[in-house]
Design a protein around this ligand. Structure first.
Ligand SMILES: Nc1ncnc2c1ncn2[C@@H]1O[C@H](COP(=O)(O)OP(=O)(O)OP(=O)(O)O)[C@@H](O)[C@H]1O
Length: 575
């Protein structure tokens, strides 16, 4: 894990070397100052040489200035290094999440993903900056100070170290406890995020059921759990920092008492005594640093572990190494003995054989949950088939790059997702490089022109989050305009016209009919009246494809479709 962490330093090697070298020089200077003070007291003071005192003081002043400048570099460039690494990791994680398949998003809460990309990485930057640098300097200062203390007085130095075993125990105990505590904290804040995301995204459902109190209660539970996890972490942290404080003060006390004794007995000069006490103070710094790392390391590493967990998540729909680009598909689609299941236990589709010809409009109907949407999701490889194969123009879709396959399939869903931005940007999402003229043409063909003309800002009108300011019909027409821009040979319309009033539906049907011209079109429909003109209707049931044929043929067959049609027709009459 640590080795993997260090690989993130590679692109910032230069920054690391500058920061690290400056930090080492600062630490070395820290070690030199007490020696100068000892020399001051033991040699310069008794000599009464004022010029030498002024000379040494100027020397010290210069060293302080150099040290201050170096500290600035360490602080600024060191943090820059940390921020760079944190940003790289965030970037890498976002790219990895973007490449994940639908299956990943089916199984992962949005709030958890958000948490990993934001919160979890906050402490990593600090760890990246302070971790290796502080640890190295702490060890170097500790060893250096202790070595100098040994040269001043061996007995006193060894006695001062009596508390060392306690310190070692404290460090390892706190490290273990804090690892667990921060891990819990991160997973609990991810739950809090998931809860917020759920209740904000679903606020209309919450309020329509007047379940605000229930949501608040659920949030309170998560929030309290997070509070307890954070408190537990701080409890261990407080225990360890108090323990550190106590042990370092004990060290001073031991040095003062034993040092005084050695001084009385003529084994330690005044200067050595002062120098020694100063070195004990130098020794505190690495101990303090280790205590800080002790806080930072488990925190950062808990975040890094969560980062690697997500980074190691296998991508399950990937391009083969020899996948081909297919810039112009005709749109002949064949399903050959296709089997598919979302999880291993329950197959949703079994033995599906189906041929859809270029330019044909095929409608899928059947009971809810039969697998109509699933069949259509397999064509753009949102999921890969578990058995059999799907071929477009005779090529297995697993042999085609995802990018070129998907760039030739357009999907209009009932729930149209609009991005925060302008109307123009939202239409242009269908083809990012589209010109203003092309956008206007697409809007016209999607029957959006009059609506856009009625807006004061026209194409530059801002659309609120998820397009809340637009009606369902307007959103659908934006989705259709996107498709005109994208201009794919294969089109999937997923219940695109349900939940609309008759007039809007007529306008959208017109736009869709134009869109479907010369394209292979798959329509998933519930209202059978809307698919009368389909070239073929495929009836999907839980047992697979039950019937196939034109509207008239299926009515004549008097099977499942004819029954469904009768029920819907009678219901619409009775309404
Ligand atoms: N992402 C998913 N993960 C696991 N199971 C799923 C997922 N999506 C659908 N299913 C299951 O697969 C089966 C087929 O669902 P699908 O959405 O394809 O049916 P459908 O015929 O389109 O239904 P509807 O007409 O209600 O939209 C259902 O039993 C459903 O519970």
């Amino acid at each position: 894990m640590i080795r993997r962490f260090f690989t993130y330093y590679r692109p910032h090697r230069r920054l690391f070397i500058i920061d690290f070298s400056c930090a080492v020089i600062v630490a070395a200077l820290e070690l030199a100052f007490p020696l100068a003070v000892q020399h001051f007291i033991d040699t310069l003071l008794p000599s009464g040489n004022w010029n030498a005192i002024v000379g040494v003081s100027i020397g010290l002043l210069l060293l302080y200035i150099v040290s201050t400048l170096l500290q600035f570099i360490v602080n600024y460039w060191g943090h820059k290094l940390g921020i760079n690494i944190e940003t790289d990791m965030r970037q890498e994680l976002f790219q990895h999440v973007q490449r994940q398949s639908f299956r990943f998003f089916d199984n992962t809460k949005t709030g958890h993903i958000m948490s990993r990309i934001t919160n979890d990485l906050f402490d990593l930057g600090e760890l990246a900056h302070h971790g290796p640098e502080d640890l190295f300097i702490a060890v170097m200062t500790f060893v250096g100070a202790f070595w100098i203390m040994l040269t001043i007085n061996v007995k006193l130095a060894l006695t001062a170290m009596i508390i060392a075993p306690f310190l070692v125990w404290l460090i390892s105990y706190a490290n273990k406890k804090m690892n667990a505590a921060w891990k819990n904290m991160y997973s609990d804040i991810a739950d809090v995020n998931a809860r917020v995301e759920d209740s904000v995204a679903g606020v209309r459902v919450v309020q329509s059921f007047t379940n605000e109190e229930f949501e608040i209660e659920r949030f309170t539970k998560n929030n309290r759990k997070f509070r307890l996890a954070k408190l537990a972490a701080y409890k261990v942290m407080s225990f360890s920092s108090s323990g550190m404080y106590m042990s370092t003060r004990m060290m001073v006390l031991i040095v003062l008492v034993y040092g005084a004794w050695l001084n009385f007995t003529g084994n330690l000069s005044h200067g050595e005594m002062v120098g020694f006490v100063l070195y004990v103070n130098v020794l505190f710094k690495p101990i303090d640093k280790i205590s800080a790392i002790l806080e930072l390391y488990p925190k950062g590493m808990a975040g890094f572990k969560r980062f690697t967990e997500l980074m190691d998540q296998q991508l399950d729909v990937v391009d083969k190494h020899d996948a081909i680009e297919v810039p112009h598909l005709r749109g002949d689609i064949s399903f050959r003995d296709v089997t598919f299941s979302y999880d291993e236990h329950k197959p949703v589709l079994e033995g599906i054989d189906l041929d859809i010809h270029h330019g044909e409009t095929v409608a899928f109907v059947g009971p809810s949950g039969a697998g109509k949407t699933t069949i259509c999701s397999l064509i753009p490889r949102f999921y890969d088939v578990s058995g059999g194969g799907i071929y477009i123009d005779g090529i297995d879709i697993r042999d085609i790059t995802k990018k070129s396959l998907r760039s030739q399939i357009g999907i209009v869903q009932q729930d149209v997702f609009l991005f925060t931005g302008t109307l123009r940007e939202n239409i242009a999402y269908g083809s990012l490089g589209a010109s203003q003229e092309e956008i206007k043409d697409a809007a016209k063909r999607a029957h959006l022109e009059d609506f856009i003309a009625s807006l004061p800002d026209g194409y530059e009108t801002q659309i609120g989050e998820r397009g809340l300011k637009l009606s369902g019909g307007q959103k659908q027409r934006i989705a259709i305009a996107r498709m005109f821009l994208k201009n794919p040979p294969i089109l999937i319309l997923d219940e695109a016209t349900s939940a609309l009033d008759t007039e809007t539906e007529r306008i959208i049907q017109e736009a869709l009919s134009e869109l479907a011209k010369d394209r292979t079109t798959l329509v998933i429909a519930h209202r059978l009246a809307t698919i009368r003109n389909a070239d073929r209707i495929v009836v999907v049931t839980e047992d697979g494809i039950a019937e196939e044929g034109s509207h008239e043929e299926l009515i004549e067959q008097d099977g499942i479709f004819a029954n469904l049609y009768k029920v819907q027709y009678e219901t619409s009459l009775s309404n």
